[in-house]
Design a binder for this molecule. Structure first.
Ligand SMILES: C[S@@+](CC[C@H](N)C(=O)[O-])C[C@H]1O[C@@H](n2cnc3c(N)ncnc32)[C@H](O)[C@@H]1O
Length: 287
């Protein structure tokens, strides 16, 4: 048996704009022997089509593409412990499947690539999954990460704004933890439907910088209080279906809800991200 290592490339490909592929990503794609495309959820075919078009455009091969259906995840788990257990179980099954792919589909000495949406460093499980597989010691490989342009960078660029105000922090949070950073009109947490409450609703770090919200299945922005909060919202950013709305939250929340609902019905899925900025003023909220 060869003692050569398998080489795994984790390549950030941007969040839907083909022009956001970096030169480093293109070079990495050209070095790839086997692409592992993991699909999930209602957006699966659109996201897989995008990945396939990126491969087609930037390499002539020879290469192989191996597709994997993401194992289903139990989203009914209620409470923090059950939620954590459900995520852990799903991650383990996903790691099992990828371990098999790496061992069976990639020969020692070859390079395999995961084309990661946006940037692999932001709300993406590929790197921790590869750590888990490596720790099992069943298949040897090394890992190289190519950063990508995240949906957060793309959002800020499309709204021509920065993510932070001068000298202040910016927080990036999944929607289910938003209540810890911004006061909401309810005593319990805003959520993504995963059943995990924060029990706060008090926004104990309110006023301490701007907040970027991702993974919001439930329009959590509609529960934010305050006349001086501005929102910079974007969906399908970078794609031909891109939608952008910005303004004082109290003025534009209903419009975003409507635009969002229509788009979601049309596509069957939605990916949106937004920046919330408390300005202390009720006029233009730009940094
Ligand atoms: C699992 S996270 C992946 C984030 C990704 N690694 C990144 O760097 O953007 C998925 C979330 O990213 C955001 N997202 C990804 N692509 C987007 C896009 N094109 N437009 C708006 N939001 C996007 C949404 O908040 C979505 O729920």
């Amino acid at each position: 048996m060869s003692t050569e290592q398998r080489h795994l490339l984790v390549i950030g490909i941007g969040a839907g704009d083909p022009d956001h592929l970096t030169l480093g990503a293109v070079r990495a794609i050209r070095r790839t022997d086997v692409f592992f495309l993991i699909g999930k959820g209602p957006a699966k075919s659109s996201l897989t089509d995008f990945r396939r078009s990126v491969i087609d455009e930037h390499t002539d091969g020879p290469y192989r593409v191996v597709e994997l259906d993401d194992p289903p995840r139990d989203r009914s788990a209620a409470g923090r412990e059950a939620y954590t257990a459900a995520v852990h179980d799903w991650r383990t099954r996903r790691a099992d499947a990828c371990e098999r792919l790496i061992r069976d589909e990639l020969a020692p000495g070859q390079s395999g690539a995961f084309l990661v949406w946006g940037d692999p460093a932001l709300y993406d499980g590929t790197l921790s999954m590869l750590d888990e597989i490596a720790a099992r010691g069943t298949v040897g490989f090394d890992v190289e990460v190519v950063p990508g342009i995240s949906s957060v960078s793309a959002l800020a660029a499309r709204h021509r704004t920065s993510l932070n105000q001068v000298g202040r922090p910016v927080h990036i949070t999944p929607a289910r933890r938003l209540a810890e950073l911004f006061p909401t009109g309810e005593g319990d947490a805003v959520g993504d439907g995963a059943g995990e409450g924060t029990g706060s609703g008090g926004g104990d770090r309110q006023g301490d910088g701007d907040v970027v919200v991702m993974l919001d299945a439930h329009e959590s922005f509609t529960r934010i209080e305050g006349d001086d909060v501005w929102i910079y919202w974007g969906a399908y950013i970078g794609t031909p279906d891109e939608l952008l709305v910005s303004g004082r939250l109290a003025d534009v929340a209903d419009r975003i809800r409507q635009v969002r609902a229509e788009a979601r019905a049309r596509h069957g899925w939605i990916m949106d991200t937004y920046l919330l900025r408390r300005t202390g003023r009720t006029e233009d909220g730009r940094a």
